[in-house]
Design a protein around this ligand. Sequence first.
Ligand SMILES: [Zn+2]
Length: 96
Amino acid sequence: MNNIAIPYDYNIICQVCRKKIKGSEALKDWRGFIVCKEDYETRHPLDIPSPKMPGQRALPFTSPEGTDVEVVVTPHALAESEGVPAGNFDTNNGTL
Ligand SMILES: [Zn+2]
């Protein structure tokens, strides 16, 4: 079928189906194979991984929640830190 001589054209063999085709009909696919029109295929977009998966992208900014600090407050420690006057309510220390 492709034995007709066409000036400035030549026969090649499809690298997939081994069919003889003219060089002007041949196509180079994504794998680098020289193929006929029927065997030509483009690369599926999902074959090409994205440069970075969504979980690997750097975030533009962050504001993490701070860590909790546990503080034990006892009545004695509160009295020392805030300067609660010592004494009791039985006497008025001579002020009244
Ligand atoms: Zn072919």
